[in-house]
Design a binder for this molecule. Structure first.
Ligand code: HEC
Length: 200
């Protein structure tokens, strides 16, 4: 009985030693040499520990090296081409996004007579139609630029529409322009007869 008690006490002592050593270890980690936010530095002349990033530093994931894609410009000029292939999928995405973000003012055919324009009264500037010769001749980068930076009284959509979606909308504006300005020659020969006959 006595030796049992002794054993228990020594076990308890061992545990205590373990716990204090481990805790001390943890304390060391807390106190490792490091600067706290805004702590004074004795190393730098301006005494600030928080340094400015080296000039030209770019946050991970924020490299925007592709001017064409991100600015709609090539060598400082509005781009006349798309930065990626325009597939049917891209056009469908553009159509959907246009319907959400642009049609309320520009109308679903882009003549500038959307619901908001109709109801906005004289205080609202009527958006320009996409179907003037001037707009047809605009490089496609112009549409990307208008969405990115805004234009006159129209505000920028860069916060709401992603870069790729802005291009998809620009591509869809070309679709709209063609829809109002196409001749029978634009229809593939095989489809023309069907169109004239009004067949499905
Ligand atoms: C709240 C109404 C409104 C919405 C929504 C809107 N626009 Fe506009 N947009 C305007 C108005 C108004 C103008 C004319 C601005 C001016 O001339 O000051 C305009 C002008 C334009 C122009 C003509 C620029 C030029 O060269 O004359 C383009 C292109 C255009 N918008 C594209 C878009 C696209 C693409 C969207 C959707 C992402 C969009 N807009 C959404 C109101 C709107």
């Amino acid at each position: 009985m006595k030796s049992n008690q002794y054993q228990l006490t020594s076990l308890g002592l061992l545990c205590l030693i373990c716990v204090t050593t481990l805790a001390a270890c943890r304390q060391d980690m807390h106190d490792q040499p490091k600067y706290e936010p805004y702590e004074v530095s004795s190393f730098f002349d301006d005494k600030r520990t928080a340094r400015n990033p080296v000039e030209g530093t770019i946050a991970r994931g924020n490299l925007r090296a592709d001017d064409h894609l991100y600015t709609g410009k090539v060598n400082g000029e509005l781009a006349t081409t798309f930065p990626f292939e325009v597939t049917r999928e891209v056009l469908e995405r553009g159509q959907e996004r246009f319907g959400i973000y642009c049609a309320p003012c520009h109308s679903s055919i882009g003549d500038g007579n959307g619901m908001i324009a109709q109801r906005g009264g004289s205080s609202m500037k009527q958006p320009a139609t996409y179907h003037s010769q001037q707009m047809r001749d605009m490089p496609v980068g112009h549409f990307f630029d208008v969405m990115t930076n805004g234009f006159g009284s129209m505000y920028s959509y860069s916060e709401r529409i992603s870069v790729r979606d802005r291009w998809a909308i620009a591509a869809y504006i070309r679709v709209l322009q063609m829809s109002q300005n196409a001749s029978i020659e634009d229809v593939p020969a095989a489809q023309r007869q069907r169109l004239i006959m009004g067949e499905q």
